[in-house]
Design a protein around this ligand. Structure first.
Ligand SMILES: Cc1ncc(COP(=O)(O)O)c(C=O)c1O
Length: 393
């Protein structure tokens, strides 16, 4: 039986998978077992700001694996505080809970917020999220994800959630009430189509949450750890959340998530309120520390911003060349969306055939979350293929 038949026999069909099976990654490249190479503009589904298998991350994982892979959270683990210090240094004063994924980071953030809410007033428990948001697949995170297509097979969902349009401060003003415990927001909506809010909206939203006595939770799962050219997405708007959820780039592919909360909120969590067998184990902490240090040492925030200048130029040229096919281009740091006037699935399929990997989200938005280390030659090659694909659309 070959690998594809085995998938059919033994693996749930929850993903639309594309061939080939990849066996090796290096920088912005993936290799199949025959040695064919593919240029990956979406490495690790948003985890790969450093590209695949960055040597510093690989070394950290190897070294740690030889010492201690796992340690449960009833013992002190010397890597957790080292990592937490790095995260706090680049974000806001707070305390961290380590988990294993983005959905868990959101799920836990909501528990931390509800616990805070209980300490304010018994009836402060409701969450507000935004339409076209994406926060994950577990029940709480799925309920926060205001997209019917993900929710429909699993109703009834968790009670206490309301949805408002993104980047619409009036809708938010009309919806927050005394029972609202938190607003949950992506600083840039990724899966929803690379939607970038205005600074005015973000500033007003921050003020509104403070004035109305509810928390602002930023979902930094996709935007965090350098993706937007700042350490965290919220920093583009000169605001600070009360809680943030982090994952993806944080581990460069090693499964780590983080709930970061201001100390006065974090300190309300008591022993036994939350837990995770694997959360923040030595292996993933080593990968994460290496990721944070590499971003610092190799100036990857600056590199993400430089990449944007080059990506902008090429994407704008495409928009000018195909005005009837490209509706809009949006980008921040190293997250980019090219919105088409028609469904884009055939474009990502054409790119795959021509050994360039990209993603089409929200039906019409080509989404790119490349490594900040993408070279000029790689970018030129990528746009050659994207141009051909759009021409054929
Ligand atoms: C903004 C955002 N939040 C949460 C998640 C869920 O993360 P995970 O797939 O690690 O559970 C994602 C995943 O793409 C995401 O983009």
């Amino acid at each position: 039986m070959n690998i594809y038949d085995n998938y059919d026999s033994y693996i749930m069909k929850t993903y639309t998978r594309v061939k080939p099976a990849f066996v090796k990654g290096e920088g912005s490249w993936l290799f199949d077992k025959d040695g064919n190479k593919y240029l990956d503009l979406f490495p690790g589904w948003g985890t790969g700001l450093l590209g695949h298998c960055h040597p510093k991350v690989v070394k950290a994982i190897k070294d740690q694996a030889e010492k201690l892979i796992h340690l449960p959270n009833n013992y002190y683990n010397e890597l957790q505080p080292e990592l937490a210090e790095l995260v706090i240094k680049h974000s806001f004063p707070g305390k961290i809970f380590f988990c294993n994924s983005g959905a868990e980071a959101i799920e836990g953030s909501m528990k931390v917020a509800r616990n805070w809410g209980k300490n304010q007033a018994k009836t402060k428990y409701k969450f507000i999220t935004t339409t076209n948001s994406f926060h994950g697949r577990t029940f709480g995170a799925l309920t926060a994800t205001a997209q019917e297509k993900y929710q429909a097979p699993f109703t009834p969902l968790v009670p206490g959630f309301t949805y408002v349009p993104y980047n619409d401060i009036t809708a938010m003003e009309q919806t927050i009430d005394d029972e609202t415990v938190a607003v949950i927001l992506e600083p840039v909506q990724g899966e929803g189509g690379v939607n970038i809010p205005t600074k005015e909206y973000m500033t007003k939203l921050r003020q509104l949450c403070t004035d109305r006595g509810c928390l602002l939770i930023c979902d930094e799962v996709q935007t965090g750890v350098g993706r937007t050219g700042t350490w965290f997405g919220y920093q583009n708007f000169d605001i600070t959340p009360d809680i943030m959820a982090v994952a993806k780039i944080a581990g460069s592919g090693a499964p780590i998530g983080m709930i970061v909360a201001k100390p006065e909120i974090a300190d309300l969590m008591q022993p036994g309120y939350h837990g995770s067998t694997y959360g923040g184990n030595p292996l993933v902490c080593a990968a994460s520390i290496a990721t944070f240090k590499t971003i610092e040492e190799d100036c990857l925030l600056g590199k993400a911003k430089d990449l944007k200048t080059k990506f902008d130029e090429k994407a704008q040229a495409l928009k000018a060349k195909y005005p009837d096919k490209v509706k809009e281009y949006r980008g921040l740091g190293a997250i980019y969306g090219i919105e088409l006037t028609k469904p884009g699935a055939s474009i990502s399929a054409y790119c795959l055939e021509n050994k360039v990997l990209c993603n089409c989200t929200h039906n019409v938005v080509l989404r790119f979350l490349p490594s900040a280390l993408l070279t000029d030659e790689e970018l030129t090659l990528a746009f050659k293929v994207i141009d051909e694909a759009i021409e054929k659309l």
